[in-house]
Structures are given as structure tokens and as C-alpha cells.
Design a protein around this ligand. Sequence first.
Ligand code: SF4
Ligand code: SF4
Length: 465
Amino acid sequence: MAPKNPYTGYRDQLATLGESGNRRWIYAQKPKGKLYNYRNIVSYTLLFLLFAIPFVKLNGEPFLLLNILERKFILFGIQFWPQDFHLFLYSMITLFVFVVLFTVSYGRIWCGWACPQTVFLEFIFRKIEYLIEGNTSQQRKLHSQSMNFEKFWKKSLKLILFYAICFSITNAFLSYIIGIDLLLEIMRAPISEHSVGFTVSVLFSSVMFFVFTKLREQVCTMICPYGRLQGVLLDSNSIVVAYDYKRGEERAPLEAGEDRAIDGKGDCIDCYQCVDVCPTGIDVRDGTQLECINCTACIDECNSVMEWIGKPKGLIRFDSEKNIDEGRKPKWPARKIAYTVVLCILLGIVAALFASRSDLEAIILRTPGLMYQPQEGGISNMYNFKIVNKTAAEVPVHFKILNHEGEIKVIGEELKAKASSIREGVFFAILPQKEITSDNIPITIGVYADEQLIEEVKLSFVGPN
Ligand code: SF4
Ligand code: SF4
């Protein structure tokens, strides 16, 4: 019999819905295997970075700060100002194109390996659950039994720990908004002094608590907009976690002494291990599904089953629907390589733009409505300037006329651009009589920070007819 193609099949109800439309709770079996070990490394590295980055400072500035309340943004220790809006725009466009091309080429790897929802749920909350409530059958038993001392202390301990972790994660996120110094200051002060902030923290922690105790996989399967977009982002060439139905079908339980090839049976022994381990409760053998977060737990599980029955690994693997349909070995089509090159170029452009951004910016304009003023031995013009200092240090600034003899006289005190501020002022450019060759002389003014030329501004200098 020809193998049945599950990709043409359909699913008549969601995996997390019971017969009567009630929620079917997913008791996912604890994964084990090579890919799960890699995911452990990736997830704990990400968690470490989440909590450690707020403490990292570069040049006296936080490594990363996204203070939307005061519109102060710092990336890699570099302050970004409204003047850098074009960088933000390029970054957003690049991010959007990156997400589309990455998903089209590599599927939903982000969801299973790096998304905070998955990292928190699978590598913090579910692990605590396994530790306190035991494996899936023990969890099921505990859930169905009526309240007794064992159930009470296990559920209470789990919920207290869950809330404490949610509160810690909320504070970690908060430190990216207000900065770790202010957060620590708030933490040391009595709650009464920060009652609004504390209430907001409790509120966010409670929402997170609800997400990880009740909503769980529903966020990925029903709520997340990125998950909803999979239908338009994926095609038959996308690399996804896929079941090789050509090799696996006809699925049938393993029987002692059988020759599955002669009996027309495929390599799938219908053991349901891949389904039991799935955190979204789906059967990967039904084909690419919106609910699959590419966590690869089913790959690990099926590989260990294949090893046990003496068949080659990879019945479930990273591959495209097209490769499996045409019975081809996994390969990287030219289109994917081209997309990867485009992704690298885009990232390179953004990195170059960031690297070439200046810490000090000068805007100089001739004072409107004013003509020239005669001076002793020459002529002067008045200019308004604005110096944007994006660094965390005060910088002494001075101006020089670069293409003529002449001098600059700044009105007021010594010119210093204070840290993270905009300094505005006025100066006179004075040219000696011999340089006044027409009524409109182009001059170039050099802006120096310390002794370093940071910008050359081209302006016009008005003289008598
Ligand atoms: S784990 Fe492998 S062998 Fe078992 S049901 Fe799933 S695909 Fe079939
Ligand atoms: S089908 Fe496999 S890869 Fe997809 S969510 Fe389930 S276990 Fe993870």
C-alpha cells in the first residue's frame, strides 16, 4: 500500500480542546536527548544574560537601556538621541525583513529555542513542576486526587515559587527600562515611597503568573502574532520539524519477530512518544501545523525510539516538506543560501551605520535676519549653533575657520558640552578685510571636540557689495 500522505490530512479539533470544548491540559513528558541538551545550554545562557546585562556598564553607561518613559535609549553603551532616528528606522526595517526571511528559510526556530515564553516555561516553570510534582503520570494523579496534605503543600510550594520567579523576571525587565541603579535604590527604600511602582510590578508579575500557571502553550498556539503569521511565512521549502511519512508509514506497533518491510509497515511504531513529549500537544505526524514551535523535543524522542528498534535516526527531523515529498536528502536550496546572504548584508549595513555614528553632533546656521557687522580690520557674521553631546562625559568644544584666515568668538562662557545634553549658543565668525572678496563668501567651520576635528560645516558669509 502506498504511504498515506499526512500533509493532505486535516485536523478536526485543536489538540488542547476536549470533546466538549473544554481545555485539555497538556502534561508534556520531560524531554531528553542531544537537542534538548543544546536547548538547555542556549536557554540558561539567555537567562544568565537577561539577569546579568543590567549590571554591565560601558563608558559609564548601561550596556542596554530602553527607557521609554524618558525617551532615553542606550545600545551597547551608546546613547541614541532623536537625531539618530534614521538608525532606529533602518534597524526596524532590517528587523522586519530579517524576521520574514529567517522564518521563510528556517521556520519557527526562534519560538522553540530563544523566545522568552518558551525559555521561561520549559526551562524554569516546567522544571520546577517536574521537581515538585513528579513526572507526567504523577502530575496527572496529583491533579485528579481530592485535596489532601500532599496536594496542598505541593501546589502551594509550586505557586509560591512561580510567583517569586515572576516577580524577579518583572524586576529584571524593569531594570532595562529604569536602569539597575535606580531599581536597586527603589528596592532599598520603603515600599510606601514607591507605592505606584510597586503596584505596577505586582500587576505585571500577576499577569506573568497567570500566563505561566494557566495560559501556557495557549500563548504560542492562539495569542502570539508571530505564530499567527506562520501560514503566510512558511512554504513547502521552509525547514521545519517534519515527520518523514514516506519512511514512517504505514505506521504500526512493533511486533516480535516481524519483518516490517515484507509486511508493508513503515518505521513508525506508533508509540506516541513524539506526541507525549510535545509541549503544545500536537501529533507531528499530521504534518506542519501552526501549533508546532519547532522545539525539537519530538526529534530527540523519536531518535531514541529509532535507536532502540535498530533503525536509522531522523524519522522526525529538520527538513522541508518538499524534500520529504520528493524523497530527497536534506539540502539547502540556492534560494535559502541567497536569503542568508541578504540577511548577512542587511545586518552588516546596520552594524556599519551604528559604527559610523558620531558621539557629538553640531548644527550651525547663520543667525536669521542679521547682515554683516563691521569690525576693526574686518567683517563679522553671527551664527547660532547647537552641539548634541551623546556621551556620558563633558566635552570641551571649539570652532575654527578652515578655508580662510579669520577667527571665531563664542559669546558667553567657555564652550563645554555637558554629558548627555544639548548645548546651544551664538558665535561671531570674523574675516579680515583682505578675505572679503564678494558679498557671499563660502566658509567652512571645523567643530573640534578636545583637539579632534569631528565635523566640517559649510556655510555662507555675507559681506558688503
Ligand atoms: S516517536 Fe517516532 S516511532 Fe514513535 S510514534 Fe512518533 S514518529 Fe512514530
Ligand atoms: S511537534 Fe515536535 S517540534 Fe513541534 S512543538 Fe511538538 S514536540 Fe516541539
